[in-house]
Write a protein that binds this ligand. Sequence first.
Ligand SMILES: NC(=O)c1ccc[n+]([C@@H]2O[C@H](COP(=O)([O-])OP(=O)(O)OC[C@H]3O[C@@H](n4cnc5c(N)ncnc54)[C@H](OP(=O)(O)O)[C@@H]3O)[C@@H](O)[C@H]2O)c1
Length: 298
Amino acid sequence: MTGSNGLLGQKIIYGLLAQGGINIIATSRGANRMREKEGYIYEDLDITEEHQMAEVFGKYKPSAVINSAAYTNVDACESNREACRKLNLDAVATLVELCRKYETHLVHLSTDFVFDGSDGPYKEDDTPNPQSYYAETKYEAEKIIQASGISWAILRTIIIYGVVDDNSRSNVVLWTKRSLENKQTIRAINDQYRAPTLAEDLAGACIHAALKNAQGIFHVSGRELMCILDIVYLVADFFQLDKSYIQPVSSAELNQPARRPPVTGFIIDKAIQELDFHPHSFLEGLAVVKKQLESVHN
Ligand SMILES: NC(=O)c1ccc[n+]([C@@H]2O[C@H](COP(=O)([O-])OP(=O)(O)OC[C@H]3O[C@@H](n4cnc5c(N)ncnc54)[C@H](OP(=O)(O)O)[C@@H]3O)[C@@H](O)[C@H]2O)c1
C-alpha cells in the first residue's frame, strides 16, 4: 500500500497485521513512522517518482494495491497546483499503468468533495461537480481509473478522524480536543454538514476491497450527517471541555481559499452489503480515540 505513514495508511497496516497471513508491503515517503515495525516490509517510496514506483512493483508484483497517499491539504492545493496534480492525478495514472502490467487490483481513495454539496447525502452514481482544485484532481483521477479497464475499486470517504502513532496528523476531533484543552478559541463552521469517518472503519473497508477484489465505486463514511459545529460540540462534551471557546462561524465569514461543499454525507448501503462495512457511531468512535490517546501517552 502507499501512504502508510498517513492516518488511513497506518490503520490499514495495523488492520492487515491483525488479519494475519498476508504479505504486506507498506510504502510511504521517507522513514517509516509507525510504532510497530515488525510483520511487514517497509519501502521508502515517493509515488510521484515513476521509476521508484516501477521498481517497487517489479520487486513485489503485488496482487492488490491500496493507494492512500495523496495531497490532502485542500487549501494548499489551491496555491500549490502542480504538486497537488502530480500526487493526486499524475501518480494515479502511473499506478494504473503498473497495475495493468502486473494485473494488480487497485483500491483507490477518493472524497466527498467530488460533489458540489447542494444535494447530499450522495449515492455512488450521483453526478460529481468538484468545487476546488483538490476535488478536481481527485475526480480526474477517478475518471482515469474508471476508463482504464484494469480491476479497480474507488472508496470515497468523508472527514477521517483517529490517532496516528507519531501524533503527526491532526483532524477535527484532535484539533478540537487539543485547542479546548489549551483554552484556545476555535472557529467552527455552522453551515457545512459532514459524516465523520473513524479511520479504523475505513481501513477495514479498504482491506475488504483489496482482499475480495471489490469492483466499482463505494461510499464509505460514518452514518451520522452532522453540522461541523455540532461535531465540535460533541467532541467538547465527550471530553468534558469548555464549550465557551467554540465560536460558530459561517463559510462566508471563514472565507477559506478552497470552496467546500455545503452538505455531503453518503448513502452507505453498497459498502454495508459488499464490503462488510459496519461503522461505529460517532460517540463510539470518540471512545476508540480516547482509548488510543491514553495508550499513546503511556
Ligand atoms: N483526511 C480526510 O478527512 C479525507 C477525506 C476524504 C478523502 N480523503 C482521502 O483519503 C486518503 C487518505 O487520507 P489521509 O487522511 O490518511 O491522508 P494523510 O494522513 O495526509 O496521508 C497521506 C500520506 O501520503 C503520504 N505522501 C505524501 N506525498 C507522498 C508521495 N509523494 N509519495 C508517497 N507518499 C506520500 C504522506 O506522507 P507524509 O506523512 O510524509 O506527509 C502521508 O503519510 C487520501 O486519498 C485522501 O484524499 C481523506
